[in-house]
Ligand binder design. Structure first.
Ligand SMILES: Nc1ncnc2c1ncn2[C@@H]1O[C@H](COP(=O)(O)OP(=O)(O)O)[C@@H](O)[C@H]1O
Length: 236
């Protein structure tokens, strides 16, 4: 039996709102008794203050050894080395013994999906798949451009190639990874990522609560959810 708290993974094309949703849940949970922790491979690489103290010396070394390769891969929108996912899952296993964990952008591919299935986390995992309906490439590029403009990051040809590479990685690697999880019985819930962020968060919260995942509080007063959007489309 897997002892520990829930792990909720936000997965979707770049720009679909994974980080936005993870942040909304983490902020809301700060008021709760068991505040949740956001975990992602980029957070490991930037020595996130919550993750860093929980890393073993050997794990810190492994991250440092993979840093250059990771940056090279990320610069063209490709998956980072699987060794980083290994470290992330190991640290998440330890954290989730006492705190709920929000995985931001994991699994990104089949290999990471397999790692998750082989870990004790799989029994406590719910995946929220934020989908951009219609032309994913166009919608994702629009969102990524919007984020870059917000951060005043340049939109030079290299940046645009990286953005397009990330969408291809989602289509070629992430979607098959999600299929694998679904077939293995992990709940993968598809959400319409075009709905306003707070509305999506409230829908996800209600949905998780319905499945008995109550360790992720949201607004004290639930938002009214418009009937226009069937935000949670389907859940395996
Ligand atoms: N539901 C939403 N509707 C409109 N814009 C959104 C929504 N969620 C996120 N965004 C915006 O899209 C951009 C990418 O969001 P982000 O959370 O960084 O995506 P991801 O982590 O999936 O790459 C940001 O500028 C963010 O403000």
């Amino acid at each position: 039996m897997s002892i520990g708290l829930p792990v909720v993974a936000f997965v979707g094309p770049p720009g679909s709102g994974k980080s936005t949703q993870a942040e909304l849940f983490a902020q809301a949970s700060e008021r709760g008794s068991e505040s949740s922790v956001i975990a992602s491979v980029p957070a490991l690489l930037r020595q996130d203050v919550v993750l860093l103290p929980r890393l073993r010396p050997s794990e810190r070394k492994a991250i440092d050894a993979l840093r250059d390769e990771a940056e090279e891969q990320a610069s063209v929108g490709l998956l980072m080395p699987a060794g980083l996912d290994r470290v992330l899952l190991d640290v998440v296993e330890r954290i989730s013994a006492t705190r709920p964990v929000l995985l931001d952008g994991l699994p990104r591919g089949v290999q990471q999906a397999r790692m998750l299935l082989d870990s004790v986390l799989s029994a406590r995992l719910t995946v929220i798949h934020l989908e951009l309906p219609g032309d994913v490439q166009a919608a994702s590029m629009r969102r990524q451009r919007q984020r870059a403009l917000g951060r005043q990051t340049s939109l030079d040809p290299t940046a645009l190639r990286r953005m397009a590479g990330k969408v291809r990685t989602y289509q070629d690697e992430t979607l098959p990874g999600l299929t694998l999880l679904r077939h293995a019985g992990v709940p993968v819930c598809a959400c319409d990522a075009e709905a306003p962020p707070a509305e999506t968060a409230e829908r996800v919260r209600q949905h998780l609560a319905g499945r008995g995942v109550r360790a992720l509080p949201m607004q004290d007063t639930p938002l009214s959810v418009s009937s226009r959007t069937e935000v949670l489309l389907r859940c395996s």
